[in-house]
Design a protein. Structure first.
Length: 368
């Protein structure tokens, strides 16, 4: 097994840091970082740019202060190979042409157009290849892209906001604002970093959310997705303003569908559950995956939250907990069927806890 040096670790850490610069803008491509080192010093570095081009390796090579011949290249993901959808030279070919001596790649790219071909190209050209350095960190960083490529569906994050006793609104429906302005700005950062933001028709009819990024700088607004089984959305809904909206329906009338299409709103019909006549949530996620949505953020109410959890399509929950108590009569977070046994509970793993203004933000992964 390759023994990586302190320099290797430092340079890959720098590549991971660079990759973050592309987090909100490269979709559907992964955000990747690259550092090129010669004689122990950095001569070029780059990251995947908006829209996925140029790739990190091409960006780094273009910025080299001197010839990259004989250098070591650190990339957070396998350099690409030519494939049917390539929009430019393959990064593995660019590295070969530059006559680099060694490539340190954190992670294999499972995308079918690459899937080891980039690494194979480098080895065939006589370039030393070392893989796996800081792979766990990159797996976490690229979890949404990897999820979509491996499973065909987006990485789904439920965002919820509640009081300390897990309540989201008063019994009369009042909910603005349980959490602080700082927490709401943080939510807008989550929106910006997502490929799409989804809500349900129930939440839309009560709150009429726009689901746009407004509180933080944003180069690319995420796609807005509305789950509306019967196409009950009204013409004045904020989510319809300005386009960039996808509605998922099950039994909505064709005439209503045509009206929305005339406004530039995309509507897709997903197979329904056999009895309830509602959207099949697993099929919906596959449909979103085919649209190359990597990271899907869900902001909705207890009913749809519970349905998504019950369907097994949620990967992560981000909960903003306010330092307040609303009492038993207030509305809860997740509408789920009663459990017969504690063995049937949904199990979580806390991955991050931090304070945002006066509130706590708790991130938890679903354990399957």
């Amino acid at each position: 097994m390759m023994r990586f040096t302190a320099l290797d670790h430092a340079m890959m850490a720098r590549a991971i840091q660079l990759a973050e610069k592309g987090r909100a803008v490269t979709t559907p491509n992964p955000f990747v970082g690259c550092v090129i080192v010669k004689r122990g010093r950095i001569i070029g570095e780059g990251f995947t740019r908006a829209g996925g081009r140029p790739h990190a390796e091409a960006d780094a090579l273009a910025k080299c202060q001197e010839s990259a011949e004989g250098s070591t290249v650190y990339s957070t993901l396998e350099p690409c190979a030519l494939h049917a959808n390539s929009r430019g030279p393959a990064c593995s070919d660019l590295l070969i042409a530059a006559k680099v001596a060694r490539v340190v790649s954190a992670l294999h790219d499972p995308f079918e157009g690459v899937d080891g071909k980039g690494h194979d190209n480098l080895v065939s050209a006589g370039i030393t290849l070392d893989t796996g350095l800081m792979s766990m960190e990159v797996e976490c960083q690229l979890k949404a892209f990897l999820q979509r490529v491996r499973s065909g569906r987006p990485y789904v994050t439920l965002k919820v906001a509640a009081s300390l006793d897990g309540k989201t609104a008063l019994a009369n429906g009042l909910s603005q604002w349980i959490t602080s302005a700082a927490a709401r700005r943080d939510v807008h950062t989550m929106r910006r970093d997502s490929c799409a933001v989804m809500t349900g028709i129930g939440t839309l009819l009560v709150d009429d959310p726009a689901l746009t990024v407004r509180e933080v700088p944003c180069e690319r607004q995420p796609l807005r997705v509305l789950l509306d089984s019967r196409l009950d959305v009204g013409d004045g809904a904020k989510i319809l303003e300005g386009g960039n909206t996808l509605i998922v329906t099950a039994t909505g009338a064709k005439t209503r569908c045509d009206e929305l299409l005339d406004r530039g709103i995309e509507v897709i019909r997903v197979p329904t559950e056999s009895v309830k006549g509602k959207v099949d949530l697993s099929a919906m996620m596959q449909a979103l995956g085919k649209r190359k949505i990597n990271a899907l953020m869900v902001e909705t109410g207890a009913k749809l939250n519970g349905s998504l959890l019950a369907a097994g399509v949620v990967d992560e929950i981000v909960a903003y907990i306010a330092p307040s108590i609303l009492g038993d009569n207030a509305k809860g977070l997740f509408a789920l069927e009663p459990l017969a046994s504690l063995r049937d509970k949904i199990t979580l793993s806390f991955s991050d806890v931090r304070q945002i203004g006066p509130d706590l933000r708790i991130t938890a992964r679903i354990i399957t």
